[in-house]
Write a protein that binds this ligand. Structure first.
Ligand SMILES: [Ca+2]
Length: 427
């Protein structure tokens, strides 16, 4: 599920950062022609609210007309849209924002479960020739590809059996994923126009992600490959097509075969945590600030030139990382820090390597959605403006948290769990 803005890996995605939410909006009314005066005088009651079925039908007619106007074959558009049904699961998931967050360590541990590691090792052995062929065409680490395969669909065992067109039409006709739904339906029209896939193949998650690598239709259209050239891009039954497509995607987003994904580090006392997240420096630049490899090793000469960003996902008491370009490339696949860590830990596990040395602060309890809103209100009330109360901890909230920590004598790591929240609320 490669995604654009939102993570589409809903099977495993967690909401450390909550999804954007918006109230459910009805489809805007069409332009109403002026009615005869006499009717206006009589018609004083407010218009009846359309039923869901009526709104959906109106959307279908409107979308069909617009797609045909864009030049898609009318017969194709009708065959895609006419039989689309509302997917109740998609409606339900569309309208709820999860209240509870899973701690990052429980996601990362779960990603590299013993079963998933063993199955991945088996897949690497079983498909060795295929991976040789894929790596020859796209220079991407096979362990990472296998980890993506394992996390996205349990190596092809859990791909979802929803009709993708139903899910996307459901998003498109109302709610907070309207733009996504429409854009992805257009992508469906593109791939069916190209005839590289058949409409009945298009099954997947309630969220619109398909096949072993959980591609949404626009990703399928832009990055899907027919690896052995049999005329069908089969992300559901062909390992070559699925893994080749994922490799193509990572490669086009800038995967660097010679570089690691991240390296774990320790910070010197009194380190300026505000350098975390976005500041890019070479390893040599970070070393000059006193950052060291967690195991005390010296970095190689070559490594000193690599550019990296500092990641502090669980505060000053958790493991801390320098992340490289490849970390960002994995986040292009699924925009989640936990996902990028989980994929890398799993990929290293296939080779018997441990990616993270220091333990997580497992006693910490993550904030719920309500907690995050209360946090934003309390900070703003105390003069540390979060610029809104939406339960999403973005750059403004992070800045406000750091300012509060600084003013109150806490480590300025921008990390808040239940205990610190209680202290902030008590002020
Ligand atoms: Ca194929």
């Amino acid at each position: 599920m490669i995604k654009l803005l939102t993570s589409v890996s809903f099977v495993f995605s967690i909401s450390l950062v909550a999804c954007a939410s918006a109230p459910v909006k009805p489809v805007p009314p069409k332009t109403v022609k002026a009615k005869p005066r006499i009717q206006l005088a009589q018609n004083t009651a407010p218009p009846r609210k359309l039923t869901q079925a009526e709104t959906f039908l109106a959307w279908k007619k409107d979308f069909t007309a617009r797609a045909i106007a864009k030049g898609y074959a009318p017969a194709l558009v009708h065959s895609v849209i006419e039989n689309a049904k509302i997917n109740p699961r998609a409606i339900e998931r569309n309208n709820t924002q999860p209240e509870f967050s899973k701690p990052i360590w429980s996601y990362v541990d779960g990603a590299a479960s013993a079963v998933r590691i063993q199955e991945g090792k088996d897949k690497l052995a079983q498909h060795k020739t295929l991976f040789d062929q894929i790596e020859a065409r796209y220079p991407v680490d096979r362990n990472i590809l296998t980890a993506i395969w394992g996390l996205e669909s349990a190596y092809g065992k859990i791909m979802g059996n929803h009709d993708i067109i139903d899910s996307l039409a459901t998003f498109a006709f109302e709610g907070r994923r309207q733009k996504f739904g429409e854009r992805e339906l257009i992508a469906v029209l593109d791939v069916l126009t190209n005839q590289t896939v058949r409409q009945e193949q298009l099954t997947g998650s309630w969220a619109g992600a398909m096949g072993m690598t959980q591609f949404i239709p626009s990703t399928f259209r832009d990055y899907g490959v027919d690896f052995f050239g049999d005329g069908n891009k089969d992300l559901w039954a062909s390992e070559g097509d699925a893994l080749g497509s994922a490799a193509h995607y990572l490669s086009r987003h800038g995967w660097r075969i010679q570089e690691p994904v991240f390296t774990e580090v320790i910070l010197p006392k009194g380190f300026d945590y505000s350098l975390a997240n976005n500041t890019k420096k070479t390893i040599s630049g970070w070393a000059a600030l006193g950052i060291r490899d967690v195991g005390g090793k010296n970095w190689s000469r070559d490594a000193m030139f690599l550019e990296a960003k500092l990641l502090i996902p669980a505060g000053a008491n958790g493991p801390i990382f320098l992340t490289f370009k490849n970390f960002d490339v994995i986040k292009k696949y699924n925009n989640s820090t936990s996902y990028a860590l989980g994929i890398t830990v799993l990929a290293k596990s296939y080779q018997g390597q441990t990616a993270i040395q220091r333990d997580w602060p497992r006693g910490d309890i993550p904030l719920t959605l309500t907690d995050r809103k209360n946090l934003q209100r309390a900070l703003t009330r105390q003069g540390f403006n979060t610029k809104g109360v939406d339960g999403q901890i973005g750059p403004n909230s992070r800045r406000a948290i750091r300012a509060w920590q600084k003013a109150n004598g806490y480590p300025v790591d921008g990390y808040v769990e239940k205990k610190l929240l209680a202290k902030i609320l008590a002020k």
